[in-house]
Design a protein around this ligand. Structure first.
Ligand SMILES: Nc1ncnc2c1ncn2[C@@H]1O[C@H](COP(=O)(O)OP(=O)(O)OP(=O)(O)O)[C@@H](O)[C@H]1O
Ligand SMILES: [Mg+2]
Length: 457
């Protein structure tokens, strides 16, 4: 219960309210009590003084000249006013008829006027002991009515505090519930969002400004989740599509060859077509595996010091036969010997893919210029070809998986459309970026920035 924000708000709010109302109530009660007691005390003092004025003391003779005018309020047994006159040693001298057989309590040894509240015949009574020469005038008054008034006031005050607390608790509960309703709505929307319903978003005019940031964060997360999910779906669809073509070649060639007895030459042609299609499938599967490995969270790399120049030379060596076939010349420039921490095989794959593109999409007898330089924290490699170039509208798509500008041309040269996606993953793993610029008919310029992987020790 206490883990709920609602309960915490209400309990805190009620505690503060209870403390404030109690302090206020106690002050009001004490204030009223003081006013009541002060007025009783001052009336008792006046009465004692009035009696004192009517007492004559002469040569130890004490004469009480109380007229009926003064005595009327003390005479009745039902009266609520009492008096008793004593010697300082407590000897009773005179008392009001209203006291009947009772006596007002008296303590010897005190010689100053004092007030006290006592019980007389089980009734609360306020008493003054007024000292006058050799006499003590005790005046008392039944304060049952005033005590009742204070008691009632106490009850009304406690009931008011209780009602205010109940009303406030209910109000607080309603306000807290209303304030937290949008949170519930947001969580219900999030619960509804599932694999089949990834496009739903947290919306609503009722979302308070404090929660708009939270809703926006959720929406952003779902946006990127939806994009990633759609990319994944598209990728699976594309991969199946790419594999279907060579598969249908294999199936159809085999079926046709097996339909009837054929000449050796026909079998040879069929097997050649099947081998070609299987090679294509094997290439696709291999590249898909590479891509899956590189983009996995647990990619295992063999990190060592890599001389980028050396790796580029290795890649060029691998592609030289193909370049020579097309009469393309490859030139490498840059005097520095830049070294980064990275995975040799993976970096070789990066440059092989890029130089392979520069050869594949080059014109016969074209040129490839590779330059290596250092720029701030990065080793920058630029691969420039004089090939067919890429249309501006296609430039931002060439890193998409299975994207080929000219499918038929790319397929002719064995292109699957995964090379640049693989390059992008490799560059990301090595703390860098890859940029591509191109002009149709003039050539393409790919720049790779590599920072190197920090060793985790
Ligand atoms: N240097 C370049 N000159 C012109 N077009 C290029 C160049 N590099 C890439 N492209 C275009 O970008 C597309 C994607 O390139 P990518 O390397 O990803 O795939 P691919 O070369 O077709 O196949 P592969 O997976 O075998 O590399 C290519 O199909 C091609 O159209
Ligand atoms: Mg390629």
């Amino acid at each position: 219960m206490l883990s709920s924000i609602k309960a915490k708000i209400i309990i805190f709010y009620l505690m503060v309210l209870f403390l404030s109302l109690s302090v206020l109530g106690i002050f009001l009660y004490l204030g009223l009590g003081k006013i009541v007691h002060d007025s009783i005390d001052s009336s008792l003092l006046s009465r004692a003084k009035a009696l004192a004025m009517l007492i004559n003391e002469d040569n130890n003779e004490t004469e009480f000249k109380f007229s009926d005018d003064v005595m009327w309020e003390y005479n009745s047994p039902k009266s609520k006013s009492f008096f008793q006159i004593r010697r300082p040693d407590g000897t009773a001298m005179e008392k009001s008829a209203s006291l009947g057989d009772s006596e007002l309590p008296f303590q010897t040894g005190k010689n100053q006027t004092s007030f006290e509240t006592i019980l007389l015949n089980n009734k609360p009574v306020r008493l003054i002991n007024f000292h006058l020469h050799n006499l003590v005038i005790q005046c008392a008054e039944d304060i049952k009515d005033q005590t009742n008034l204070l008691k009632n006031y106490r009850i009304v005050l406690s009931l008011s505090i209780l009602s205010i607390m109940i009303i406030s608790a209910s109000g607080g509960f309603i306000i807290a519930r209303k304030a937290l309703t949008p949170v519930k709505e947001i969580s219900e929307t999030i619960d509804r969002i599932s694999e089949s319903n990834l496009s739903e978003r947290v919306t609503g005019k009722n979302i308070p400004s404090e929660l708009k940031g939270l809703a926006a964060s959720f929406n952003r997360t779902f946006d990127s989740l939806e994009k990633a999910f759609n990319r994944q779906k598209q990728f699976t669809a594309d991969a199946s599509h790419e594999l279907r073509t060579p598969l249908s070649v294999i199936l159809s060639q085999s079926e046709i060859a097996l339909r009837k007895e054929r000449a050796v030459e026909e079998y040879r042609n069929a097997l050649a077509a099947v081998t070609e299609a299987a090679k294509m499938m094997s290439q696709i599967v291999q590249k898909l595996l590479t891509l899956a490995r590189l983009s996995s969270d647990k990619v295992e790399l063999n990190i060592e010091d890599i001389n980028i120049c050396k790796t580029i030379h290795e890649a060029v060596k691998l592609l030289n036969p193909l370049a020579e076939q097309k009469g393309i010349s490859i030139n490498i420039s840059g005097n520095e010997q830049p070294v980064i921490r990275g995975d040799r095989a993976v970096l070789l794959e990066l440059f092989t893919n890029l130089i392979d593109n520069a050869v594949k999409y080059n014109t016969p007898h074209g040129k490839i210029d590779i330059s290596i330089r250092k720029e701030m924290d990065f080793i920058v490699t630029e691969i420039k070809d004089t090939g067919i170039g890429i249309h501006e509208g296609d430039l931002d798509k060439v890193f998409d998986r299975f994207y080929r500008v000219d499918k038929s041309r790319s397929r002719e040269s064995g292109g699957i459309g995964l090379g640049l996606s693989i390059c992008e993953e490799i560059v990301k793993l090595h703390g860098g970026r890859i940029e591509i610029k191109s002009k149709v008919g003039e050539g393409t310029n790919v720049t790779v920035y590599l920072k190197g992987i920090k060793d985790v020790t």
